[in-house]
Design a protein around this ligand. Structure first.
Ligand SMILES: Cc1cc2nc3c(=O)[nH]c(=O)nc-3n(C[C@H](O)[C@H](O)[C@H](O)COP(=O)(O)OP(=O)(O)OC[C@H]3O[C@@H](n4cnc5c(N)ncnc54)[C@H](O)[C@@H]3O)c2cc1C
Length: 351
């Protein structure tokens, strides 16, 4: 493949990535005097009629309503375009169908990896002023003892009050598309995180886990909304955790290889027998607990809460999420980095 630049240069490459974005090409509609919507899109009503009732519009060029945020937007995707085509056809034949909204469900393959999402992103929710909560988790695509799986990163966004789903994003290797599709269906149906806890999904080792990632997302989010689990977030570091003690509950070898500055290490398996080491702390002083994925620190958080510590929070998504927010503080790797480099995480196969 050769790329010809405007200045006459010719770049020969094995692979060319076009990352050019999308915008509605609506010069025809504009020239026809039709009303336009956001980002130059064609404004339509629920029947997909333009401002001229004899002209319909469907597909990438039209303005749609965002299912979660209720705001006008452009969502250029093939599924919505095809459904809109059916609705226009219905109208031409006298059937009053309506196009309600788009939720932006999408998936992409990047080499061996898959990324996908549905509904709102955190940035969109923040911009719209929605009161949301979020959880992160790193489940494997299918049961770990069956070959061919890797952990995925899954983020779930939900209403702070009632737990209704607002959005989800995931990136990983196997099973990402399936979880995004389940969550897209749940979001469309108006389900809550408590419904996700109860979803009965197909399980055999090559395909999933007895606790499916979607169930797990519901369990964690349910824990948060029921008050069983307080979370702290990578974005809180360092200012937001300066008032408390950082407690690292990974094993000693992991702690030796990399840790947050100032953290105390008590592995979760030893915690019950070593609570006395924390006894001198002011019970009002927060304990900010962390581990690699958020699982061991969840167990530790519950143990500490049941042992009388009143302000205990778990790092959402553990260091696996933390390192995405603070990449310069953490380098992933099986062994400590060479002197001078960022210290490496010891983590392969651990949670
Ligand atoms: C490389 C690529 C990959 C994509 N992959 C995905 C994907 O994996 N998943 C997904 O959901 N979406 C994907 N999309 C987006 C998807 O293709 C579009 O959302 C979908 O095709 C939109 O349908 P449409 O009918 O609105 O427009 P189009 O499919 O673009 O159809 C518009 C048609 O109108 C014709 N036309 C334009 N102007 C005129 C004119 N003046 N007179 C007559 N005819 C005209 C064009 O030639 C074209 O045939 C991808 C898009 C691209 C470019």
């Amino acid at each position: 493949v050769a790329v010809a630049l405007d200045d006459g240069r010719r770049l020969v490459a094995d692979l060319v990535v076009l990352a050019i974005g999308v915008r509605p090409a609506t010069s025809l509609a504009r020239a026809a005097g039709l009303a336009l919507g956001v980002r130059g899109s064609i404004a339509v009503d629920a029947r997909l009629r333009t401002s001229d009732p004899d002209i319909y519009a469907a597909g990438d060029g039209i303005e749609v309503t965002d299912l979660v945020l209720g705001q006008p937007c452009v969502m250029p995707l093939a599924g919505p375009a095809n459904r809109q085509g059916r609705i226009v056809a219905d109208h031409l034949c006298g059937r009053p169908s309506a196009y309600r909204a788009s939720q932006g469900t999408s998936v992409v393959k990047v080499f061996d990896m898959t990324g996908g999402g549905t509904g709102a992103t955190e940035v969109g929710l923040r911009r719209a002023g929605v009161a949301y909560r979020k959880v992160y988790l790193h489940p494997t695509g299918h049961a770990g003892y069956y070959p061919g799986t890797r952990p995925m990163h899954l983020k779930l966004l939900f209403e702070a009050d009632d737990g209704r789903l607002l959005g989800a994003q995931a990136v990983g290797f196997d099973g990402v598309d399936k979880r995004i599709d389940v969550l897209a269906t749940a979001l469309k149906a108006g389900l809550t995180v408590f419904d996700l806890e109860e979803l009965e999904l197909a399980y055999a080792p090559p395909y999933g886990s007895a606790k499916d990632p979607v169930n797990l997302a519901g369990f964690i989010a349910g824990n948060v909304l029921r008050g069983d689990l307080m979370q702290w977030y990578a974005e809180d570091y360092p200012a937001g955790v300066a008032d408390g003690t950082l407690l690292d509950v990974r094993n000693a070898d992991e702690f030796a290889a990399w840790r947050l500055p100032g953290a105390v290490n008590i592995p979760v398996g030893e915690l019950r027998g070593r609570l006395a080491e924390l006894a001198d702390l002011d019970p009002q002083r927060p304990l900010y607990v962390y581990c690699l994925s958020g699982f061991r620190s969840y167990l530790a958080t519950r143990l500490l809460m049941q042992s009388g510590f009143q302000r205990v929070a778990n790092l959402a998504g553990g260091v696996k999420t933390f390192r995405l927010v603070h990449p310069s503080l953490v380098t992933a790797g099986p062994a400590p980095a060479a002197a001078g480099g960022a210290p490496a995480l010891v983590g392969s196969g651990r949670r």
